[in-house]
Design a protein around this ligand. Structure first.
Ligand SMILES: NC(=O)C1=CN([C@@H]2O[C@H](COP(=O)(O)OP(=O)(O)OC[C@H]3O[C@@H](n4cnc5c(N)ncnc54)[C@H](OP(=O)(O)O)[C@@H]3O)[C@@H](O)[C@H]2O)C=CC1
Ligand SMILES: O=C(O)C1=N[C@H](C(=O)O)C[C@H](O)C1
Length: 242
């Protein structure tokens, strides 16, 4: 059985992942949180999952590389430098980084890319997300993932097209941009809508997470799969065959 080590083990996702292990045929190798040295866990686990905090990722990634242990990174709010560090780590270990481990969002990203490619530039793309009041990063990792999918459908990168939460005298919308807007409140697990709008009509592609177990099951499935992979950077689509 695959022994999974959890960074962020006492958090909302860490607890949900621990609950999902047995049903998936995996075991808990151990957990670590803010006060713990990440290195011992990396040495005893077959594979690591990180659902902690962006500020903690660098130390977790270093521990994974030093131990030669594959790692699934679900933590969001990552910087460009952290993505570069993930690329560097993937030269020596298997790394899967994603803003959303659910089957539904993995499929949604494919649909968004396809829709953006098929609908012309006169179809404006806006992404709206809502999460619980405890979430510390915005826009969500999923909104960024969906934005990248939409941008890819238009043959571009999100960084070239994104417009974040508008406020004040913004001027009219620039054609081809992708807008991102974030809402926070209550206990919302994670809602995402990609809106494609043109003169006289619009299409909305949405995903509503009702329970964190969808992310946990996806993370465990990804961990079991990643434990058998050679070094490289992977995505949820690789795990799910989508
Ligand atoms: N990719 C995906 O599918 C999903 C990603 N997420 C992401 O996962 C992350 C965690 O979410 P959630 O579980 O709701 O958050 P919580 O705040 O509930 O849990 C965070 C956990 O990380 C730990 N932590 C914080 N700082 C450090 C540190 N410096 N070193 C080690 N551990 C640390 C906390 O430990 P302590 O209690 O000791 O502070 C806690 O156990 C977020 O980035 C979120 O966006 C969430 C859902 C799905
Ligand atoms: O913080 C959360 O809760 C979630 N974070 C991820 C994100 O930033 O997209 C995934 C999910 O939406 C829940």
């Amino acid at each position: 059985m695959t022994g999974v080590g959890i960074y962020g083990s006492s958090g909302r996702m860490g607890r949900a992942i621990a609950d999902a292990l047995t049903e998936a045929g995996a075991t808990l190798a151990g957990g670590a949180d803010a006060q713990d040295d990440p290195a011992p866990l990396a040495r005893i686990a077959d594979v690591l999952v990180d659902f902690s905090a962006a500020g903690a990722l660098d130390a977790h990634l270093d521990a994974a590389v030093a131990a030669g242990t594959p790692i699934v990174i679900g933590t969001t709010g990552l910087s460009t430098a952290q993505h570069d560090a993930i690329d560097a780590a993937a030269a020596s270990i298997a790394v899967l980084q994603t803003g959303n481990t659910s089957l539904g969002v993995t499929l949604l990203a494919i649909l968004v890319r396809d829709a953006a490619a098929r609908l012309g530039p006169d179809w404006d793309i806006e992404i709206v997300e809502m999460h619980h009041r405890h979430k510390v990063d915005a826009p969500s990792g999923t909104a960024l993932l969906l934005g990248e999918a939409a941008a890819a459908g238009r043959g571009s990168m999100l960084s070239e097209l994104r417009v974040d939460d508008r406020v004040g005298l913004t001027g009219a919308r620039s054609e081809g941009t992708i807008g991102l807007a974030s809402l926070r409140g209550g206990s919302v697990v994670g809602d995402h809508s990609v809106i494609l709008a043109t003169e006289g009509e619009r299409v909305e592609l949405s995903h509503f997470a009702q329970d964190r177990s969808i992310f946990a099951r996806g993370a465990v499935r990804a961990a079991i799969w990643l434990a058998r992979q050679p070094a490289g950077r992977y995505r949820m689509g690789d795990v799910l065959g989508l």
